[in-house]
Structures are given as structure tokens and as C-alpha cells.
Design a protein around this ligand. Structure first.
Ligand SMILES: *Cc1c(COP(=O)(O)O)cnc(C)c1O
Length: 462
């Protein structure tokens, strides 16, 4: 480790070459916009947003190298040169043998769920993810949460809240039988827990269970580099390893992966399915032509595959990831210092406000996180999103709302997009909403879509 690496500064390892102008709006304009959007930040027009923290998905700034790569798009229907660059990058940086591009992460989830899951199967995982669980259910399976209890407690400061509860998993295998469990769905930097990492120690223990029972591990590797950074910083024995080496080690302990390249891999669209088993690869190649496109493009333009190949390499760079997470932690620390209730520790891709504590006078059925996201938008034009009862949807068997422990507002930070001053504007706005919190009233849902309701549901103030 050289001197530079030891310094605490997270300053960006890049400079700005092109800018995108933003519109500043008035409070009256924002009040009208949020009513028009049914108090759902997903339904706002982005032109009415000042700082967009809705998601880190597909919102990253690409580098000049990636934009140059876009010009090298080989738009052949079959055998595009860019596919081979993507294939090489996945092998080199992630270590998986076979790759199938998909239009984004859920395209890969659909294919792997269809191949591996039979009706009646159970898929244990370290917390659900919305699209992942839905594809498991559509294939006839049922998700079982085996994340450690600490992950459901926003105030618990354990450094690896993405860990799997190995005893819980073992007992599930005992009662259900290993044959009912096609694979373990393992997420790195668990999104729904607040971007919380799994430790290498826990992953190794999980691998032992997986090998003992002949159960595969399918890795949701959407934020694997962010997870690797936390291992490097916080786990014994890893401070001298590079993020890139740690990423490879994580992947080596799993059998296959689904990837939304729109997150870690620094592109605006794309994903892939990766695996080591030639038989699964064979089936995936058959299915991809039904749902995505030929196995050498999977719903992507050649230029998109080139940008992903370059983005993968940039994403596992130590300086990049330190600055990325450093910026997220900077915002988190500003909020913590102002006494705002947030999920701790601060995760990899965003800061998560604890809406139950922020608005303790609201019952969960009055949608506190949805309400808070709308209030922040009206205050400053900062767009965040709900991760609580709306996102959790309804119980597959009873049709009742799921009432998750975590009722959160996610302030997701796009990679390489905003500055330190933007982080300060965000913190000021949330402090201002916090000081007025007693006057905030809850909402009722007036329109509820059948699938993934948080995207399009509409609300009214109570
Ligand atoms: C975004 C995401 C997905 C789905 O990927 P898309 O590219 O949005 O289809 C799956 N898992 C996790 C953890 C994600 O964050």
C-alpha cells in the first residue's frame, strides 16, 4: 500500500469533461408535480428533479474510455466483436466460465429461475430483492429469507449485515430437504438491507454448506465491487488484497451469477448471466433467444456490450471504489451528525433514512417512507425512493400487505455524477424536513398495480 492509499480523503480519481444542465424549480412547481405523480417519486418527470437519488441503476456517468468504446460498436447480429470483449472481461475480472448477455439484470433472473426452479421449490437468500423474488415466484418457487437478524435492525452497527444465518439455512435444508432447494440466492452488498456487505468468512461457511448438500450458489453480483471494498477495509486478512482480487475470490465461491451492469459496471443499460456449468449454459443459450435475443447479444447493442466490458474493469479499480463509497459515507456522516435516523452502518450505494423513526407518529399502513420521499422532493427537488411496505408488496398466499421491519427512504447515489456540494444540499434539505416532521401527515394508496407495485402505485394525502 503506498502513501496515497493510506490517506483518508475520498477525492474523486477523475475530472469533469462534460456537464449536463439541471433545471431549478420553485416549491409551487414541485407541489404541483408531486400531486400529478400521485405522490410516487417514480412517476415524476426527471425534468422536474434537481438532484436525482431515485436509484443508482443506469444513472452512472460513463468515462471517456467507455464513450470511445461506444463508437467501436460492432452491430452484427451474430458474433459481434464487442461480445467477445465482454466475455473476456467477465472471465478476467469475475472468473466465471460462460456468459450470456441480457438486456438488464432481471433478464438474467428470468432465465436462471426458469432453468433451475421447479414448482414447490424453496430458494433461500440473504434478503429478498424485488425482481429476483418475483422471477423465483413466477417459476413456481418460494423465497425464504436466511439473512442474519441484525440486517432487519436499522440501528445495529454490525459491519457485515449481509451475512447469511448459517444455522437458519441448515435447519431449512433439514426440514425442506436439499432436493427442494435448487440454489441459494446470494447477494453481495445486499440492496434491500441498505447496501450491507457479506464477509468472506461467512461466504466460505456458506460455500461449505452448499458443497455438503450439493446445493448451488447463484450470486446476485450487482454490487460485488462495493462488497469487496468493505471486505478490504473491515475484514481481517484482506487489507493488502486489491478490490479486484477480492471480487475474484467472492465469485470463485459461487456457481453462477446474475448481473445488472447498470449498477457496479458503470453503464446505462445491460446485464448478463454467468455460470460455470456447461449444461446450464447450454439451456441458458436456448432460453435467451426466446426472451432476450441471440446468445451473443442478449438484447444489447454491440456498443452497449463494449461499454460494459470497459466499465467492469473500471469498477474494480481501488481508487474508483474508495471515492464512490467515500462520497456515500460523506453524505451519511452529515446526516448522522444532524441527528437524522439512518440505517447504520452506511451502506455501499446509498444512505437509507429510517422512516419509522423519522415519522414515529405515522402507522406503517399510512406509508411513512413513501410520504417522506414525497416531502423531501417538495422541499428541494431531491428525488429519493421508498423501500418499505409499498416495495414489500403482498404475501403470495394470503394477499395481505407484507409489513417489513425496515421502512426506509433510499437516497441512492449515482456513480461519478454528483459533487460534494450536492451532498451538502441534500443534507440541508433533509434536516429542514426533519425539523418540520411533526406536521407531516400520512397517505393512502388509491391505485395498486399487480406486480412490483412500488413503480406505479398512486397515493393521496390523508
Ligand atoms: C437492480 C437490481 C436487480 C435487477 O436488475 P435490473 O437491471 O434492474 O433488471 C437485481 N438485483 C439487485 C440487487 C439489484 O439491485
Amino acid at each position: 500500500m503506498n502513501k496515497q492509499e493510506k490517506r483518508h480523503s475520498w477525492a474523486e480519481p477523475y475530472k469533469i469533461k462534460m456537464v449536463e444542465l439541471l433545471k431549478m424549480t420553485t416549491r409551487e412547481e414541485r407541489e404541483a408535480a408531486i400531486i400529478e405523480a400521485g405522490y410516487n417519486t417514480f412517476l415524476l418527470r426527471s425534468k422536474d428533479v434537481y438532484i436525482d437519488l431515485l436509484t443508482d441503476s443506469g444513472t452512472s456517468a460513463m468515462s471517456d474510455r467507455q464513450w470511445s468504446g461506444m463508437m467501436l460498436g460492432d452491430e452484427a447480429y451474430a458474433g459481434s466483436e464487442n461480445f467477445y470483449h465482454l466475455d473476456d472481461a467477465v472471465k478476467k475480472f469475475y472468473g466465471y466460465k460462460y456468459v450470456i448477455p441480457t438486456h438488464q439484470g432481471r433478464g438474467a433472473e428470468n432465465i436462471i429461475s426458469k432453468i433451475l426452479i421447479k414448482p414447490g421449490d424453496i430458494i433461500p437468500g440473504n434478503m429478498y430483492f424485488t425482481t429476483t423474488r418475483l422471477h423465483q415466484e413466477l417459476a413456481g418457487g418460494k423465497f425464504a429469507d436466511v439473512i442474519i437478524d441484525e440486517a432487519h435492525d436499522p440501528d445495529n452497527e454490525f459491519l457485515f449485515k449481509g451475512n447469511v444465518n448459517i444455522e437458519k439455512l441448515e435447519s431449512l435444508i433439514k426440514t425442506a430437504g436439499a432436493r427442494k432447494i435448487p440454489y441459494i440466492a446470494l447477494a453481495t452488498a445486499v440492496n434491500m438491507a441498505g447496501g450491507q456487505p457479506i464477509s468472506m468468512e461467512n461466504l466460505k461457511a456458506l460455500r461449505e454448506v452448499s458443497l455438503n448438500h450439493g446445493i448451488k450458489i447463484i450470486h446476485d453480483m450487482t454490487r460485488v465491487a462495493e462488497n469487496a471494498f468493505f471486505i478490504q477495509r473491515n475484514e481481517e486478512g484482506y487489507s493488502d488484497k486489491s478490490v479486484s482480487e477480492i471480487v475474484l475470490e467472492i465469485c470463485s465461491l459461487t456457481d453462477g451469477a446474475t448481473m445488472s451492469a447498470k449498477k457496479d459496471a458503470l453503464v446505462n443499460i445491460g446485464g448478463f448471466l454467468a455460470m460455470n456449468d456447461p449444461d446450464i449454459y447450454e439451456e441458458a443459450r436456448n432460453l435467451v433467444v426466446v426472451y432476450e435475443g441471440l446468445h451473443t447479444y442478449g438484447g444489447l447493442a454491440g456498443r452497449d456490450m463494449e461499454a460494459i466490458a470497459i466499465g467492469i474493469e473500471e469498477s474494480v479499480n481501488d481508487d474508483h471504489i474508495r471515492a464512490r463509497i467515500g462520497q456515500v459515507e460523506y453524505l451519511g456522516d452529515l446526516l448522522i451528525n444532524s441527528g437524522i435516523p439512518v440505517v447504520k452502518p452506511i451502506g455501499g450505494h446509498g444512505v437509507f433514512l429510517n422512516a419509522k423513526k423519522f415519522l414515529p407518529h405515522l402507522k406503517q399502513i399510512a406509508f411513512p417512507a413513501q410520504t417522506l420521499a414525497a416531502e423531501i422532493y417538495v422541499d428541494s427537488g431531491v428525488r429519493s425512493m421508498e423501500r418499505g411496505i409499498v416495495s414489500a408488496g403482498r404475501n403470495k398466499d394470503t394477499g395481505e400487505h407484507n409489513f417489513p421491519n425496515l421502512e426506509l427512504v433510499r437516497l441512492t447515489i449515482p456513480r461519478r455524477v454528483y459533487t460534494q456540494a450536492h451532498m451538502e444540499v441534500i443534507a440541508e434539505s433533509i434536516e429542514s424536513v426533519y425539523s418540520n416532521r411533526e406536521n407531516i401527515k400520512g397517505m393512502k394508496m388509491i391505485y395498486e398495480p399487480k406486480y412490483l407495485r412500488f413503480f406505479q402505485a398512486r397515493f393521496e394525502k390523508l
